[in-house]
Design a protein around this ligand. Structure first.
Ligand SMILES: [Zn+2]
Length: 191
């Protein structure tokens, strides 16, 4: 039986889904890719399937992830991204040799140069991060309103006023916390 690992939080954008493999960065952090196998699982559900991953490659992935998080956070707050983070994102992008191919159903698929090329998969993620951070896509980087989270997420809502990285987790928790606080202030009104 596989060990019980935390579920993935998959969003619609590759780069921010990837940064969401570590959640609650400002609270009790939850590592959602704790082992190389979990990175393989995440890449598979994200359309970047690889057949193997070493501990060193998992380290590279986490380094890229935290660099994207740092650069995206800076972009969301209109700061200059840290130079070290930019260097790592660029390195990963340059080293990736994945190719986009068009399927008969007119969808895009990524083809890695070899089935074991974690480096190619990371290159695709880095390039996705670059397009988001550079403002090439329709949407806006913002920080989750949850004080224990503060994840950078890509807001594609029409009004660009999304507050939480994820409605089902951070959004819900916030709503519950507000409800409990109201009950405490006003015990009689809450039946
Ligand atoms: Zn959040």
């Amino acid at each position: 039986m596989p060990a019980d690992f935390p579920d993935f939080r998959l969003g619609t954008e590759l780069a921010t889904s990837f940064t969401a493999t570590l959640t609650e960065r400002q609270g009790e952090a939850v590592e959602r890719i704790p082992t190389p196998q979990r990175l393989i699982d995440w890449l598979t559900v994200s359309g970047l399937a690889v057949d193997s991953c070493t501990t060193a490659q998992l380290e590279l992935a986490r380094q890229l992830r935290e660099s994207i998080h740092a650069a995206a956070t800076a972009a969301a707050t209109h700061d200059t991204p840290p130079a070290a983070a930019v260097r790592i994102i660029n390195d990963r992008s340059i080293r990736g040799r994945a190719a986009a191919v068009l399927t008969p159903e007119s969808t895009r698929q990524w083809r890695l140069s070899s089935p074991s090329s974690v480096v190619d998969a990371l290159g695709v993620i880095a390039a996705d991060a670059i397009s988001i951070i550079a403002g090439e896509r329709d949407g806006k980087l913002a920080l989750c309103a949850s004080p224990t989270c503060r994840a950078a997420f890509f807001d594609t809502s029409q009004s660009r006023t999304r507050k939480w990285c994820d409605m089902n987790t951070c959004g819900n928790r916030q709503k519950k916390a507000r409800f409990t606080a109201n009950q405490r202030k006003n015990p009689r009104s809450a039946k």
